[in-house]
Write a protein that binds this ligand. Structure first.
Ligand SMILES: CC(C)(COP(=O)(O)OP(=O)(O)OC[C@H]1O[C@@H](n2cnc3c(N)ncnc32)[C@H](O)[C@@H]1OP(=O)(O)O)[C@@H](O)C(=O)NCCC(=O)NCCS
Length: 193
C-alpha cells in the first residue's frame, strides 16, 4: 500500500482567507489581522502567505514580508541594538511575520512545515537574512521559540508592550492571552541565510 503524506503547504488561495482569518482571530486576537491584510498579501510582490493543510483540511498559515534595510524602522520598530545594526548592513531581509495553527491541530508538526515552506520561499527570493518578532506572553512563554531555534535563529532584544504599537486598535491590542491593552512583549530572533 502507498504511504500518502497528510501534511501539505502551499500559497494561500483567495477562497481560504476566511479560514485563515478564523485561525488568526482565535490564536492571535480578534484585531490582529484583517481580511484586507490577507488580500493584500496575495496580491503583493513583497509579501507572501503560506498555508498548511492536514488531510486536506485548513490547519494554519504563515504571513511573511521581504524588505530592504530602509524599511527596518517602519516594519520592525527595533530599538538600537547590535541586531538592528547588523540588519542595517543587509540587502534583503525576510520577516516571518505572523504564524498560527488551529488550536486542535497544534503540536503535530504543522508549524514546522509552515516555517520550512517560508524558509524555502525566502531562499528563492534571495534574502540575506531571516528574522521574526516572537510573541512572548505574560506567562513568559514563546510558543514559536522551538521552531525558531530549529531554524537556527538566535534571540535578541525584547520589547515590552510591542503588540500595542503594531496592531492598529484603539486602546491597544486585544490579546487572546492577557486582554486589552496587551501586556506581552516581543523578542527579536534572526539568522543569516
Ligand atoms: C506557534 C505555533 C504556530 C506552532 O505550531 P504547531 O503546529 O503547534 O508547531 P509544531 O507542532 O510544528 O511544533 C511544536 C513543537 O512540537 C514538536 N513536534 C512537532 N511535531 C512533532 C511530532 N510529530 N512529535 C513530537 N514532537 C513534535 C516540535 O519539535 C515543536 O517543539 P517545541 O515545543 O520545542 O516548539 C502554534 O502553537 C500556534 O499557533 N500558537 C498560537 C499563536 C502563536 O503563538 N503564534 C506565534 C506568534 S510569534
Amino acid at each position: 500500500m502507498k504511504c500518502r503524506r497528510l501534511i501539505f503547504s502551499r500559497n494561500l488561495a483567495a477562497n481560504e482567507i476566511q479560514n485563515a482569518l478564523d485561525v488568526s482571530k482565535s490564536e492571535l486576537g480578534d484585531d490582529y489581522l484583517t481580511e484586507k491584510n490577507f488580500l493584500e498579501t496575495i496580491n503583493s510582490q513583497s509579501a507572501f502567505c503560506k498555508v498548511v493543510t492536514y488531510n486536506r483540511q485548513f490547519a494554519g498559515f504563515a504571513m511573511c514580508q521581504v524588505f530592504g534595510p530602509e524599511k527596518i524602522d517602519e516594519v520592525l520598530r527595533l530599538p538600537d541594538s547590535p541586531e538592528k545594526k547588523d540588519l542595517l548592513s543587509k540587502g534583503k531581509i525576510g520577516l516571518l511575520d505572523s504564524i498560527a495553527v488551529r488550536k486542535d491541530m497544534q503540536n503535530n508538526g504543522m508549524g514546522i512545515e509552515l516555517s520550512e515552506a517560508c524558509l524555502k520561499e525566502f531562499e528563492a527570493r534571495g534574502v540575506d537574512t531571516v528574522c521574526a518578532m516572537a510573541w512572548k506572553n505574560t506567562g513568559g512563554e514563546i510558543n514559536i521559540e522551538g521552531i525558531l531555534r530549529r531554524m537556527g535563529m538566535k534571540s535578541g532584544p525584547e520589547i515590552p508592550g510591542y503588540w500595542n504599537y503594531m496592531v492598529d486598535s484603539p486602546g491597544g491590542h486585544d490579546c487572546p492571552v492577557c486582554g486589552r491593552p496587551c501586556k506581552c512583549s516581543a523578542v527579536f530572533y534572526g539568522r543569516d541565510v
